[in-house]
Design a protein around this ligand. Structure first.
Ligand SMILES: Nc1ncnc2c1ncn2[C@@H]1O[C@H](COP(=O)(O)OP(=O)(O)O)[C@@H](O)[C@H]1O
Ligand SMILES: [Mg+2]
Length: 254
């Protein structure tokens, strides 16, 4: 049950209506209804095991949900995401446990996402040039251009996270899903990724951010959903939600 019902009018890019996902009796997502506002940064917070990653897996079509509906792009052309239909958001997400093509170079890790949608056209030289230029741009941005010929498997933990973000940036999308992109990173990398998330918003993109560091949630997010046991404990603007007594009790500690 949603404990706080919001009535604010928004333009949702994603509407989740009563979605449930079970894993062998565990209700990872339990009758969840949320609206993600277009062009904003939406935070998803909550204790470990509360269903945050599962929600992203459902929204990116990686796994099917059991019941409920998900609609994208506002109220006009409602489109129900089918199980495993990854065409809606493509590969515009990062993983809590970074996932790369380990035996490929840093550069190739970017080139594959640039070409995956149109392999045939990637064969033409002019496209190749364009893709190389784009790959250079995102790798330079993440400070990884100097590592372009390194195999992904040989990168440090922080560089791996940056490469995953570079890959996401190389993929054109309206919506980006970031599952704990800051976890375990040095402050300068945290700063870089924060700036990138802000830039995405400035470009009119929608960002869904799972994060445990509340100062980053406060700094970056326009709106926050707090999950608990697959449903919502609270929602609202960061300062409102992070000061909420039941959120503090259930999640943020004494
Ligand atoms: N593929 C899976 N198979 C079985 N159980 C899963 C699977 N994915 C998640 N779960 C369970 O669903 C619940 C929510 O997990 P998860 O979405 O990863 O939470 P969070 O990201 O908030 O830590 C947990 O109890 C977890 O063990
Ligand atoms: Mg998770």
């Amino acid at each position: 049950m949603n404990t706080i019902l919001k009535t604010k009018k928004i333009t949702p890019i994603i509407s989740v209506r009563r979605v449930t996902k079970n894993f062998d009796g565990v209700r990872a997502v339990d009758d969840l209804s949320i609206e993600i506002e277009k062009g904003k940064i939406t935070g998803i917070i909550g204790p470990n095991g509360s269903g945050k990653t599962t929600l992203i897996n459902l929204l990116t079509g990686m796994i099917p949900f059991d019941t409920g509906s998900v609609f994208v792009n506002g109220s006009k052309e409602l489109f129900k995401i089918k199980a495993y239909d990854i065409s809606v958001f493509g590969s515009t997400r990062t993983f809590q446990d970074v996932r790369l093509f380990e035996q490929m170079t840093v550069l190739d890790n970017i080139l594959v996402v640039l070409t995956e949608r149109n392999v045939a056209s990637a064969l033409f030289e002019k496209h190749k040039k364009f893709h190389n230029q784009k790959a250079k741009e995102v790798l330079e941005k993440m400070g990884l251009w100097g590592k372009k010929n390194e195999l992904a498997v040989n990168l440090s933990y922080g560089q791996r996270k940056l490469l995953e973000i570079a890959r996401v940036l190389a993929t054109k999308s309206d919506v980006y899903f970031l599952d704990e992109p800051f976890a375990g990173l040095f402050p300068e990398m945290v700063k870089l990724i924060s700036e990138i998330i802000k830039e995405l918003k400035q470009q009119g993109k929608t960002v869904i951010l799972i994060e445990h560091d509340m100062s980053l949630i406060r700094e970056l997010c326009d709106y926050v959903f707090v999950m608990e046991s697959g449903n919502l404990l609270a929602e609202g603007e960061p300062k409102e939600v992070l000061g909420d007594k039941k959120v503090i009790e259930a999640y943020l500690g004494e």
